[in-house]
Design a protein around this ligand. Structure first.
Ligand code: DX5
Ligand code: ZN
Length: 217
């Protein structure tokens, strides 16, 4: 289970996104939070900015769609060349169709669960996805406090994934830092999103290495 680090540009300077991408050459992914002010109470960026980012960096993009209508939008992100497209279980009205469209367009398909959404109802969808995202904050903002209450769900998700062959990556997002990443790794997560812990650091690349070392312990 190789550890992967996906820094979130939500905590970067939005006028300098190309520089933010260039600052973390040692990251596995660049996490892009797309918010529509409907699914979450915040508004960020959409497809045009993502298309520009794709041209600005060779780091694969990990797009986390916190939007009300992912069925309408997710396939377009995959078609644009995004490496991984994640939709929220709470928002998707036709998740199986949407996840299949993401894969058909050549991207990895992710399914995200809010902190209060149980994982068990989605067991049968594990064959339709490449990554399960267990949110460790209620989505909408960077810099929130890690929710310890989600740790048992990460462990249960790991058990379900292993039962189904273990190919699905298990991502955590929200409040992941040097203080919390080891607990996430112990619970079974293998892909770690970090916004503040990377872009709030003096040296973002060093922060990526530090997080990776702790997760690999
Ligand atoms: C929150 C976003 C996260 C956010 C994480 O809704 O999905 O990706 O950027 O930021 P930190 O790591 O600062 O909690
Ligand atoms: Zn995110």
């Amino acid at each position: 289970m190789a550890v992967q680090i996906s820094p979130s540009i939500l905590s970067a300077d939005f006028a300098r996104l190309a520089e933010a991408a260039a600052a973390i050459p040692n990251a596995d992914w660049l996490h892009v939070d797309v918010m529509d002010n409907h699914f979450v109470p915040n508004l960020t960026i959409g497809l045009p900015v993502v298309e520009s980012l794709l041209k600005a960096t060779s780091t694969p993009l990990d797009c986390h769609l916190m939007i009300e209508d992912p069925d309408r939008w997710a396939p377009a992100y995959a078609e644009a060349g995004v490496g991984s497209v994640t939709v929220h279980a709470e928002a998707a009205k036709a998740p199986i169709r949407t996840l299949r469209q993401i894969r058909a367009a050549g991207a990895r398909a992710g399914l995200a669960l809010n902190p209060a959404t149980p994982v068990e109802p989605y067991e049968d969808l594990l064959g339709e996805i490449d990554m399960l995202l267990v949110m460790t904050v209620d989505p909408g903002f960077g810099g929130q406090k890690f929710l310890d209450v989600v740790l048992p769900k990460i462990s249960r998700a790991r058990t379900l994934i292993d039962k189904h062959g273990g190919q699905v990556w298990l991502q955590v997002d929200g409040g992941v830092s040097e203080q919390t990443i080891e607990r996430c790794a112990e619970a079974g997560a293998d892909v770690f999103v970090a916004g503040n812990a990377v872009y709030g650091a003096d040296d973002p690349a060093r922060a990526v290495d530090g997080l990776r070392a702790l997760a690999e312990k």
